[in-house]
Write a new protein. Structure first.
Length: 263
């Protein structure tokens, strides 16, 4: 199964980079635009994905939340304020999203993939946690001792982002920006063959023309291929995987299938 996910949050990277920038007042325009582009791409390709949403995004873009649901995608939780996450967000975000969507929220992803209390997630009713990037990258993604593929912890299924089998090359959003497209597609196929599934994630602001806005002070490796190019690159990856007969699904569908297989 191919798992596509999108961290649907207010655009706070300029603030993270030290600019006087309001992620909600200024960044939501970028996030709305990018999320609609993602939805256009998924609709064009005929596949479903999972959208990890902050309450800031959901409360400021209800029309986009409605479109996500209307087009058959899953909504999962990604905190309240992406720039200032606190432990209480796991419970508050779940309850808010369930109230505004009328749907059960099964999954959590911690902002910036920081550690999260799985026992708390379990007690709050989450069935899966997608907050781990087990890559070989110095910094917060250096998790060489953690499993590469899904595993259970404290009653919650952990679904790490996919990395290559041996060198743990990350296959997340920055990779699609900067790897040659043929290499990214080849690694995707290798991971599916080895692991039985492929899991990756992106953000709405990657589909906004960041290169046209030098005032945002975005690093080259982030804004490279951003906007229309990123739309086309994601589309090409999706169509390549579809042409090989791989099934696309949501995280909840994946988690349910794995739980069923071990029961």
């Amino acid at each position: 199964m191919i798992l596509l996910s999108f961290d649907t949050e207010e655009f706070d990277m300029p603030k993270e980079n030290g600019l006087d920038y309001d992620p909600v007042a200024q960044g939501m325009e970028v996030s709305r635009y990018g999320t609609n582009k993602i939805l256009d791409c998924l609709k064009e390709c005929g596949v479903k994905g999972t959208f990890f949403c902050t309450t800031n995004f959901a409360s400021n873009a209800p029309e986009v939340i409605k479109r996500i649901m209307d087009e058959g995608h899953e909504i999962a939780a990604h905190g309240c304020d992406h720039f200032n996450p606190v432990p209480e967000d796991t419970d508050r975000c779940k309850k808010y999203l369930e109230k505004v969507t009328g749907r059960k929220v099964n999954g959590w992803r911690q902002p910036r993939m920081f550690p999260v209390n799985n026992k708390a997630l379990h007690s709050e009713g989450y069935t899966y946690n997608a907050s781990l990037n087990p890559a070989f990258i110095p910094g917060r993604y250096m998790h060489l001792r953690t499993p590469r593929t899904w595993f259970m912890q404290d009653g919650v299924m952990q679904i790490p982002a996919s990395v290559s089998p041996w060198l743990r090359i990350p296959m997340f959003w920055l990779s699609l920006h900067n790897f040659p497209l043929w290499l990214y597609k080849a690694l995707c196929r290798r991971i599916v063959k080895h692991d039985g599934y492929f899991n990756t994630y992106f953000h709405p602001w990657e589909f906004y023309p960041l290169g046209e806005h030098p005032e945002l002070k975005i690093m080259y490796i982030v804004k490279r291929h951003a906007g229309k190019d990123m739309y086309n690159r994601l589309k090409e990856v999706i169509l390549d995987l579809k042409s090989r007969g791989y099934e696309f699904g949501t995280y909840s569908e994946f988690a349910a299938s794995k739980v069923k297989s071990i029961n």
